[in-house]
Design a binder for this molecule. Structure first.
Ligand SMILES: [Zn+2]
Length: 292
Protein backbone atom coordinates (compact mmCIF):
# COMPACT_ATOMS: atom_id res chain seq x y z
CA UNK A 1 0.00 0.00 0.00
CA UNK A 2 1.08 3.56 -0.68
CA UNK A 3 1.95 4.86 2.75
CA UNK A 4 0.77 8.43 3.23
CA UNK A 5 1.59 8.20 6.94
CA UNK A 6 5.37 8.03 6.85
CA UNK A 7 5.49 10.55 9.64
CA UNK A 8 2.83 9.68 12.13
CA UNK A 9 2.34 9.57 15.84
CA UNK A 10 0.57 6.28 15.84
CA UNK A 11 2.12 4.12 18.57
CA UNK A 12 -0.46 2.43 20.73
CA UNK A 13 -0.75 0.55 24.00
CA UNK A 14 -2.07 -2.97 24.55
CA UNK A 15 -2.12 -5.02 27.74
CA UNK A 16 -1.04 -8.60 28.23
CA UNK A 17 -4.45 -9.62 29.54
CA UNK A 18 -8.04 -8.44 29.26
CA UNK A 19 -11.26 -9.41 30.97
CA UNK A 20 -15.03 -9.16 30.48
CA UNK A 21 -16.73 -7.08 33.16
CA UNK A 22 -20.36 -6.14 33.74
CA UNK A 23 -20.63 -2.53 34.89
CA UNK A 24 -23.07 -1.23 37.52
CA UNK A 25 -25.15 0.16 34.62
CA UNK A 26 -25.61 -3.41 33.34
CA UNK A 27 -23.41 -2.93 30.25
CA UNK A 28 -20.74 -5.42 29.40
CA UNK A 29 -17.20 -4.09 29.00
CA UNK A 30 -13.82 -5.39 27.92
CA UNK A 31 -10.96 -3.91 29.91
CA UNK A 32 -7.40 -4.69 31.01
CA UNK A 33 -6.98 -7.06 33.95
CA UNK A 34 -6.06 -5.12 37.10
CA UNK A 35 -2.57 -6.63 37.33
CA UNK A 36 -1.89 -6.63 33.55
CA UNK A 37 1.14 -4.93 32.03
CA UNK A 38 1.13 -2.48 29.12
CA UNK A 39 3.17 -2.91 25.95
CA UNK A 40 3.75 -0.26 23.29
CA UNK A 41 3.59 -1.09 19.58
CA UNK A 42 3.00 0.70 16.28
CA UNK A 43 -0.11 -0.39 14.31
CA UNK A 44 1.37 1.20 11.19
CA UNK A 45 4.13 -1.41 11.11
CA UNK A 46 1.65 -3.96 9.78
CA UNK A 47 -1.14 -1.87 8.29
CA UNK A 48 -2.59 -4.58 6.05
CA UNK A 49 -2.76 -7.24 8.73
CA UNK A 50 -4.58 -5.10 11.26
CA UNK A 51 -7.20 -3.99 8.72
CA UNK A 52 -7.75 -7.57 7.50
CA UNK A 53 -8.18 -8.69 11.12
CA UNK A 54 -10.70 -5.91 11.73
CA UNK A 55 -12.77 -6.84 8.64
CA UNK A 56 -12.69 -10.55 9.54
CA UNK A 57 -13.90 -9.66 13.02
CA UNK A 58 -16.64 -7.47 11.58
CA UNK A 59 -17.80 -10.22 9.20
CA UNK A 60 -18.16 -12.60 12.16
CA UNK A 61 -20.10 -9.94 14.09
CA UNK A 62 -22.51 -9.70 11.15
CA UNK A 63 -23.33 -13.40 10.98
CA UNK A 64 -26.64 -14.44 12.44
CA UNK A 65 -26.68 -16.73 15.50
CA UNK A 66 -22.94 -16.37 16.00
CA UNK A 67 -22.89 -14.44 19.27
CA UNK A 68 -20.29 -16.73 20.89
CA UNK A 69 -18.04 -16.43 17.84
CA UNK A 70 -18.48 -12.63 17.70
CA UNK A 71 -17.50 -12.27 21.36
CA UNK A 72 -14.45 -14.42 20.85
CA UNK A 73 -13.40 -12.58 17.67
CA UNK A 74 -13.65 -9.14 19.31
CA UNK A 75 -11.86 -10.30 22.45
CA UNK A 76 -9.05 -11.85 20.35
CA UNK A 77 -8.69 -8.64 18.34
CA UNK A 78 -8.33 -6.60 21.52
CA UNK A 79 -5.82 -9.03 22.98
CA UNK A 80 -3.75 -8.63 19.81
CA UNK A 81 -4.09 -4.85 19.31
CA UNK A 82 -5.53 -3.27 22.46
CA UNK A 83 -8.78 -1.34 22.92
CA UNK A 84 -9.86 1.04 20.13
CA UNK A 85 -9.62 4.32 22.02
CA UNK A 86 -13.19 5.24 21.08
CA UNK A 87 -13.27 7.89 23.79
CA UNK A 88 -11.08 10.27 21.76
CA UNK A 89 -12.45 9.17 18.37
CA UNK A 90 -16.10 10.12 18.86
CA UNK A 91 -16.07 13.84 19.88
CA UNK A 92 -15.58 16.71 17.45
CA UNK A 93 -12.15 17.24 19.01
CA UNK A 94 -9.85 14.76 20.73
CA UNK A 95 -8.98 17.67 23.04
CA UNK A 96 -12.48 17.46 24.52
CA UNK A 97 -11.03 17.19 28.01
CA UNK A 98 -10.10 20.88 27.88
CA UNK A 99 -13.77 21.84 27.60
CA UNK A 100 -16.70 21.79 30.01
CA UNK A 101 -18.80 19.95 27.45
CA UNK A 102 -18.16 17.28 24.87
CA UNK A 103 -19.56 17.88 21.40
CA UNK A 104 -20.48 14.87 19.32
CA UNK A 105 -21.06 14.80 15.58
CA UNK A 106 -23.70 12.31 14.39
CA UNK A 107 -22.50 8.85 15.32
CA UNK A 108 -23.91 5.40 15.91
CA UNK A 109 -23.04 5.17 19.60
CA UNK A 110 -24.25 8.26 21.46
CA UNK A 111 -27.33 10.19 20.36
CA UNK A 112 -26.82 13.34 22.44
CA UNK A 113 -25.11 16.19 20.58
CA UNK A 114 -23.49 17.54 23.73
CA UNK A 115 -22.72 16.06 27.13
CA UNK A 116 -21.01 17.21 30.30
CA UNK A 117 -17.42 16.03 30.11
CA UNK A 118 -17.82 14.11 33.38
CA UNK A 119 -20.88 12.22 32.06
CA UNK A 120 -19.04 11.40 28.86
CA UNK A 121 -16.07 9.98 30.78
CA UNK A 122 -18.44 7.72 32.72
CA UNK A 123 -19.10 5.73 29.51
CA UNK A 124 -15.47 4.66 29.43
CA UNK A 125 -14.62 4.32 33.13
CA UNK A 126 -17.44 2.07 34.31
CA UNK A 127 -15.96 1.37 37.76
CA UNK A 128 -13.40 3.93 38.76
CA UNK A 129 -13.42 7.44 37.36
CA UNK A 130 -10.01 9.10 36.76
CA UNK A 131 -9.24 11.42 39.66
CA UNK A 132 -9.43 14.44 37.60
CA UNK A 133 -9.52 18.08 38.62
CA UNK A 134 -10.78 20.59 36.21
CA UNK A 135 -10.91 24.35 36.42
CA UNK A 136 -11.94 25.94 33.15
CA UNK A 137 -9.56 24.58 30.56
CA UNK A 138 -6.93 23.79 33.18
CA UNK A 139 -7.00 20.19 34.20
CA UNK A 140 -4.86 18.00 36.38
CA UNK A 141 -4.96 14.32 37.01
CA UNK A 142 -3.78 12.25 39.94
CA UNK A 143 -2.04 8.96 39.26
CA UNK A 144 -0.47 6.91 42.00
CA UNK A 145 0.13 3.64 40.14
CA UNK A 146 3.83 3.73 39.08
CA UNK A 147 3.18 1.79 35.84
CA UNK A 148 0.50 4.27 34.82
CA UNK A 149 2.74 7.18 35.76
CA UNK A 150 5.49 5.70 33.55
CA UNK A 151 3.07 5.43 30.64
CA UNK A 152 2.07 9.01 31.17
CA UNK A 153 5.71 10.09 30.96
CA UNK A 154 6.36 8.01 27.82
CA UNK A 155 3.45 9.70 26.08
CA UNK A 156 3.91 13.15 27.57
CA UNK A 157 3.90 14.81 24.16
CA UNK A 158 0.54 13.24 23.30
CA UNK A 159 -2.90 14.46 24.28
CA UNK A 160 -3.97 13.90 27.85
CA UNK A 161 -7.25 12.32 26.71
CA UNK A 162 -5.36 9.78 24.62
CA UNK A 163 -3.11 8.75 27.50
CA UNK A 164 -6.25 8.39 29.60
CA UNK A 165 -7.48 5.66 27.25
CA UNK A 166 -4.29 3.71 28.06
CA UNK A 167 -5.16 3.42 31.74
CA UNK A 168 -6.14 0.08 33.25
CA UNK A 169 -9.45 1.53 34.46
CA UNK A 170 -10.48 2.40 30.89
CA UNK A 171 -12.87 0.01 29.18
CA UNK A 172 -15.02 -0.23 26.06
CA UNK A 173 -18.59 -1.45 25.80
CA UNK A 174 -19.05 -4.73 24.00
CA UNK A 175 -22.17 -3.55 22.11
CA UNK A 176 -20.25 -0.49 20.83
CA UNK A 177 -17.26 -2.56 19.80
CA UNK A 178 -19.52 -4.96 17.95
CA UNK A 179 -21.21 -2.09 16.13
CA UNK A 180 -17.85 -0.55 15.18
CA UNK A 181 -16.43 -3.77 13.75
CA UNK A 182 -19.71 -4.43 11.91
CA UNK A 183 -19.52 -0.96 10.35
CA UNK A 184 -16.01 -1.57 9.04
CA UNK A 185 -17.09 -4.87 7.49
CA UNK A 186 -20.17 -3.17 5.99
CA UNK A 187 -18.02 -0.55 4.28
CA UNK A 188 -15.89 -3.28 2.67
CA UNK A 189 -19.00 -5.25 1.67
CA UNK A 190 -20.77 -2.27 0.15
CA UNK A 191 -17.72 -1.59 -2.05
CA UNK A 192 -17.57 -5.28 -2.97
CA UNK A 193 -21.24 -5.68 -3.94
CA UNK A 194 -21.35 -2.40 -5.84
CA UNK A 195 -18.69 -3.56 -8.30
CA UNK A 196 -19.90 -7.18 -8.36
CA UNK A 197 -23.48 -6.16 -9.17
CA UNK A 198 -22.86 -2.96 -11.08
CA UNK A 199 -23.75 -4.36 -14.51
CA UNK A 200 -26.89 -6.11 -13.29
CA UNK A 201 -28.51 -3.42 -11.19
CA UNK A 202 -30.48 -0.33 -12.14
CA UNK A 203 -29.42 3.25 -11.35
CA UNK A 204 -31.76 3.41 -8.34
CA UNK A 205 -30.08 0.41 -6.72
CA UNK A 206 -26.66 1.83 -7.51
CA UNK A 207 -27.68 4.98 -5.72
CA UNK A 208 -28.66 2.90 -2.68
CA UNK A 209 -25.09 1.58 -2.47
CA UNK A 210 -23.63 5.08 -2.84
CA UNK A 211 -25.96 6.46 -0.17
CA UNK A 212 -25.07 3.58 2.15
CA UNK A 213 -21.41 4.57 2.03
CA UNK A 214 -22.19 8.24 2.64
CA UNK A 215 -23.49 7.23 6.08
CA UNK A 216 -20.00 6.17 7.10
CA UNK A 217 -18.33 9.55 7.18
CA UNK A 218 -15.77 9.89 9.89
CA UNK A 219 -13.83 12.42 11.86
CA UNK A 220 -10.26 12.62 10.56
CA UNK A 221 -6.98 12.67 12.42
CA UNK A 222 -5.21 15.95 12.94
CA UNK A 223 -1.69 16.77 11.88
CA UNK A 224 1.10 19.12 12.83
CA UNK A 225 4.34 20.38 11.28
CA UNK A 226 7.71 19.24 12.51
CA UNK A 227 10.86 21.12 11.52
CA UNK A 228 13.51 18.51 10.83
CA UNK A 229 17.15 19.42 10.01
CA UNK A 230 16.49 19.30 6.26
CA UNK A 231 12.91 20.38 5.77
CA UNK A 232 9.49 20.79 7.35
CA UNK A 233 7.48 17.57 7.49
CA UNK A 234 3.85 16.80 8.06
CA UNK A 235 3.15 14.58 11.07
CA UNK A 236 -0.22 12.82 11.42
CA UNK A 237 -1.65 12.67 14.93
CA UNK A 238 -3.63 9.52 15.48
CA UNK A 239 -5.26 9.76 18.87
CA UNK A 240 -7.07 6.45 18.70
CA UNK A 241 -6.62 3.02 17.20
CA UNK A 242 -10.15 3.34 15.90
CA UNK A 243 -9.27 6.41 13.78
CA UNK A 244 -6.01 4.81 12.64
CA UNK A 245 -8.02 1.80 11.43
CA UNK A 246 -10.62 3.99 9.77
CA UNK A 247 -7.95 5.81 7.75
CA UNK A 248 -6.05 2.62 6.87
CA UNK A 249 -9.25 0.96 5.68
CA UNK A 250 -10.06 3.95 3.46
CA UNK A 251 -6.57 3.94 1.93
CA UNK A 252 -6.56 0.17 1.40
CA UNK A 253 -10.01 0.07 -0.21
CA UNK A 254 -9.08 2.82 -2.64
CA UNK A 255 -5.51 1.72 -3.35
CA UNK A 256 -5.08 1.24 -7.09
CA UNK A 257 -2.18 -1.21 -6.93
CA UNK A 258 -2.82 -3.52 -3.97
CA UNK A 259 -6.41 -2.87 -2.87
CA UNK A 260 -8.29 -4.67 -0.12
CA UNK A 261 -10.91 -6.96 -1.65
CA UNK A 262 -13.46 -9.56 -0.59
CA UNK A 263 -13.12 -12.96 -2.28
CA UNK A 264 -15.82 -13.63 -4.86
CA UNK A 265 -16.01 -17.24 -3.69
CA UNK A 266 -15.63 -17.26 0.10
CA UNK A 267 -16.04 -13.53 0.93
CA UNK A 268 -12.84 -13.48 2.98
CA UNK A 269 -11.03 -10.13 2.93
CA UNK A 270 -7.62 -10.22 1.24
CA UNK A 271 -5.04 -7.88 -0.28
CA UNK A 272 -5.10 -8.19 -4.05
CA UNK A 273 -1.66 -8.54 -5.63
CA UNK A 274 -2.97 -6.85 -8.78
CA UNK A 275 -5.55 -4.14 -9.25
CA UNK A 276 -8.31 -6.62 -10.18
CA UNK A 277 -7.80 -9.99 -8.46
CA UNK A 278 -11.21 -11.46 -7.57
CA UNK A 279 -10.24 -14.51 -5.51
CA UNK A 280 -8.32 -14.89 -2.26
CA UNK A 281 -6.59 -18.08 -3.44
CA UNK A 282 -6.20 -20.41 -6.41
CA UNK A 283 -8.37 -22.86 -4.48
CA UNK A 284 -11.26 -20.36 -4.46
CA UNK A 285 -10.73 -19.49 -8.13
CA UNK A 286 -10.84 -23.17 -9.12
CA UNK A 287 -13.85 -23.87 -6.91
CA UNK A 288 -15.74 -21.07 -8.68
CA UNK A 289 -14.65 -22.16 -12.13
CA UNK A 290 -15.85 -25.70 -11.41
CA UNK A 291 -19.13 -24.13 -10.27
CA UNK A 292 -19.01 -25.57 -6.74
ZN1 LIG B 1 -11.71 -17.20 -1.10
Amino acid sequence: MYNPFTNAQSSWVKYNSYVWKTAPNGMEYIMPVESSMPEIYDPLENPEEIVLDAIRTGRICMSKDAETEARKAIFDFIRKYGLLGMMTALPTTPRFIEYEKVYLPKNRFIKAETMDTEDYLAHFYPFERPRFKKKGIESSWEIDDPTMAALFLTFQNRLQSQVMTFQRTYGERYDWLKLQFTDWALIAMTCFFYYEDRDNIDPVQRDVYRKALEGFDSTVPGFHYALTDERPVLVWDFHSLSLTLQMLLAFLLTDDKRPLRLCRNCMKPFISETSDEKYCSTKCRKARERGE
